[in-house]
Design a protein around this ligand. Structure first.
Ligand SMILES: O=P(O)(O)OC[C@@H](O)[C@@H](O)c1c[nH]c2ccccc12
Length: 263
């Protein structure tokens, strides 16, 4: 049976063909750097990347009519360091329009959260205001991962490389990219388990990369757990989209990092 990741990637191929026909303008090279990496280098506290996520294939509608401008303004006012915007439409009900609205609302680094398989999507992300793009190891072979990584760097973007298991971690650690996301959710089965961060953190931290623990983080206890494992940052969507008063919980999640885990 086809996994959800395979279904999504088949759809992305069609989208990319359409994008190529629509002649997207090439993204201009390097404008203002708005780098999460620079922030991470000096961070004494956990980095919080707060996600704008209307819906997902695993959870259905999460907060379908949320206003992107006010939602992300609230994230930033509460102390979020960066914002992630789910731009996939078919499965997550987001859009590049959402990303553009978010860009107009805040100055913080913005991650374009999508399933990137072709450079043209990086052009679109950059033109829409992204500072960081996601590259998912499970969706790309080594050559594609490397080529897309180089392309994003040439465009002046940071890259978050996402892994879910040891084999994927080994693959991304062969590149010199410093920003590694550990997805606690298996994109093939939707199973979420914070053990994944605990298991993969030593490999990533040993190589002196920054670790962002992604998905399934709901409580302060969860945050304490991934911080103890060695996370430099967290990426949280559903919890912040659903919460009555996300400001309070965002503030509470901004834990100090112990000396040994900073870099
Ligand atoms: O809503 P959550 O469980 O806090 O998860 C956020 C984020 O990690 C998740 O949206 C995500 C992580 N990697 C992805 C790749 C594609 C789509 C979505 C994702």
């Amino acid at each position: 049976m086809e996994t959800i990741l395979e279904t999504i990637l088949a759809e992305k191929k069609k989208e990319v063909e359409m994008l190529k026909e629509s002649q997207v303008r090439k993204a201009p090279v390097a404008r203002n750097r708005n780098s999460l990496l620079e922030k991470l280098e000096n961070a004494k506290e956990l980095m919080i990347i707060a996600e704008f996520k209307r819906a997902s294939p695993s959870k259905g509608d999460i907060n379908i009519n949320s206003n992107p401008a006010s939602q992300v303004q609230m994230y930033v006012d509460a102390g979020a360091d960066a914002v992630s915007v789910l731009t996939d439409t078919t499965f997550f009900k987001g859009s590049m329009d959402d990303l553009q609205v978010v860009r107009q609302s805040i100055a913080n680094p913005i991650l374009c959260k999508d399933f990137i398989i072709d450079p043209i999507q990086i052009d679109v992300a950059k033109n829409s205001g992204a500072d960081i793009v996601l590259l998912i190891a499970a969706a790309l072979d080594d050559r594609k991962l490397y080529n897309l990584y180089q392309y994003a760097l040439e465009k002046g973007l940071d890259v978050l490389m996402e892994v879910h298991n040891e084999a994927e971690a080994e693959r991304v650690l062969k590149t010199d990219n410093r920003l590694i996301g550990v997805n606690n959710r298996d994109l093939r089965t939707f199973e979420v388990n914070l053990d994944v961060t605990e298991y993969l953190a030593p490999f990533i931290r040993k190589e002196e990369r920054f670790l962002i623990s992604e998905s399934g983080i709901g409580t302060i206890e969860d945050v304490e757990r991934v911080v103890a494992a060695g996370a430099n940052g967290i990426l949280v969507g559903e919890t912040f989209m659903k919460h009555q008063n996300p400001s309070k919980i965002i503030k509470a999640m901004k834990l100090p990092l112990s000396e040994g885990f900073r870099r």
